[in-house]
Design a protein around this ligand. Structure first.
Ligand code: ATP
Length: 309
C-alpha cells in the first residue's frame, strides 16, 4: 500500500460540566461532544523511520507554529502505539494538514491522533497479523487522551469519566455553527487550573456533574433555539478570566442574532449556533466585519468521526 489519508472532524462541547478535582488530579466530567464539518487530514505513507510534517490546509489560516513535528506530536504518539500493538517498526511519514485551530478548544491534536490511529492501522494491515478492531482503536485512543475516542466515533455523544467513556446521543437533523477563532491559543491545563482557582476563591464547591436533560431534549427535537439556550460550559468563566476579550466576541455574536453562544471547550474559539445555513453565512459576514476574531469558520454538525478517504 502506498499511502492512506484520513479526514477527521473538530468537536464543540454542547455540555462541559466539570466536577470536583479527583485524587489523581483529573476532574470528573460530563461532556456532550458534537463533531462539526471542520476537518484536519492526516496522510500516512511508508518510510524508513517516523516522520511528521505539518501544514495549514488550503484556504485555512491556521497558525501551525505551536505544533510539534517530532515524536511529541499526538499523531506520532498514535503511530507508535499502533506499531507497538501490531509488533511492527513505526516506519511511517505522517503528513498533517490542519484546518482545526491549534490550542483552540476544538480538540485538533486529539483529532490528528485519531486519524493517525486509523491511517496506521490500515497501512500496516496485513493478512499475517490480526487486524485492529474499532474497539482496539477506541482503547488505544483512550490511552492517548480523553478526547481521542470521540474523534474516532464522531456524531454527537455523551462522555463521562475523564470524557472518554462514550455513549451516542439521540439527535435529530443538522445544526449550523459559526466559529470565531482567536489569535493565540489557551492551554487546557491552565484553563482547568483557573477554573479550580475561581471556585476556591468563590468558596463554591463544584457540584457533581450530570447530563443536562434540557440539552438532551433539544437534541432530540432538533430545534436550534432550544439547543442554543441549553449550551453549558463550566470552563467558560475561566477562559474569560484568562482572555477577557472573548466577552466582547460572545456578546457581538449574540447581538448579531446567534441563538446560542459559548466558548468551545477550554477556548479561546467561540462557537455560535444559528437557525439555518443562510443565517450562518450572514453571521459569518457580520462577525468578520465586526473584527472580533482572527478567523471566522462556518460548519455544520453532527458529522462522522475519522474516515478513510
Ligand atoms: P482540547 O480541545 O482537546 O483541549 P485544543 O484544541 O485546545 O485541545 P490542540 O490543538 O489539540 O488544543 O493542541 C494543544 C497542544 O498540543 C498544542 O499547543 C501542541 O503543542 C500540542 N500538539 C501535539 N500534537 C498536536 C497536533 N497534531 N495538532 C495540534 N497540536 C498538537
Amino acid at each position: 500500500m502506498t499511502s492512506v489519508s484520513v479526514r477527521v472532524p473538530a468537536k464543540v462541547n454542547l455540555q462541559l460540566s466539570v466536577g470536583p478535582i479527583r485524587d489523581d488530579g483529573y476532574h470528573d466530567l460530563v461532556n456532550v461532544f458534537h463533531a462539526v464539518s471542520l476537518f484536519d487530514e492526516v496522510t500516512a505513507a511508508p518510510a524508513a523511520g517516523l516522520e511528521v510534517s505539518v501544514e495549514a490546509a488550503p484556504h485555512s489560516r491556521v497558525a501551525i507554529g505551536g505544533v510539534p513535528t517530532d515524536g511529541g506530536n499526538l499523531a506520532a504518539r498514535a503511530a507508535r502505539l499502533v506499531a507497538g500493538r501490531l509488533g511492527v517498526e513505526p516506519g511511517v511519514a505522517l503528513r498533517i494538514r490542519k484546518a482545526i485551530p491549534v490550542a483552540g478548544g476544538m480538540a485538533g491534536g486529539s483529532a490528528d491522533a485519531a486519524a493517525a490511529l486509523v491511517a496506521c492501522a490500515r497501512l500496516w494491515d496485513d493478512r499475517d497479523r490480526p487486524v485492529l478492531t474499532r474497539d482496539d482503536l477506541l482503547e488505544l485512543g483512550a490511552e492517548l487522551g480523553s478526547d481521542v475516542p470521540f474523534a474516532l466515533l464522531g456524531g454527537t455523544a455523551i462522555g463521562v469519566g475523564r470524557g472518554e467513556r462514550l455513549t451516542p446521543a439521540l439527535s435529530r437533523g443538522t445544526f449550523h455553527w459559526v466559529f470565531a477563532t482567536a489569535d493565540g491559543g489557551l492551554s487546557t491545563p491552565a484553563v482547568y487550573a483557573e477554573c479550580d482557582r475561581l471556585r476556591e476563591a468563590g468558596e463554591r464547591p463544584a457540584a457533581w456533574p450530570r447530563v443536562s436533560e434540557d440539552l438532551m431534549t433539544a437534541l432530540a427535537t432538533g430545534d436550534a433555539k432550544t439547543l442554543g439556550a441549553a449550551l453549558v460550559n463550566d470552563l467558560q468563566p475561566a477562559a474569560l478570566a484568562l482572555r477577557p476579550s472573548l466577552r466582547r466576541t460572545l456578546a457581538t455574536g449574540r447581538d448579531l442574532g446567534a441563538v446560542g453562544a459559548v466558548v468551545s471547550g477550554s477556548g479561546p474559539t467561540c462557537a455560535f449556533l444559528v437557525a439555518n445555513e443562510e443565517h450562518a453565512a450572514d453571521l459569518a459576514a457580520d462577525l468578520d466585519g465586526a473584527g472580533v476574531a482572527e478567523q471566522i469558520v462556518v460548519a455544520a454538525g453532527p458529522v462522522p468521526g475519522a474516515t478513510v478517504l
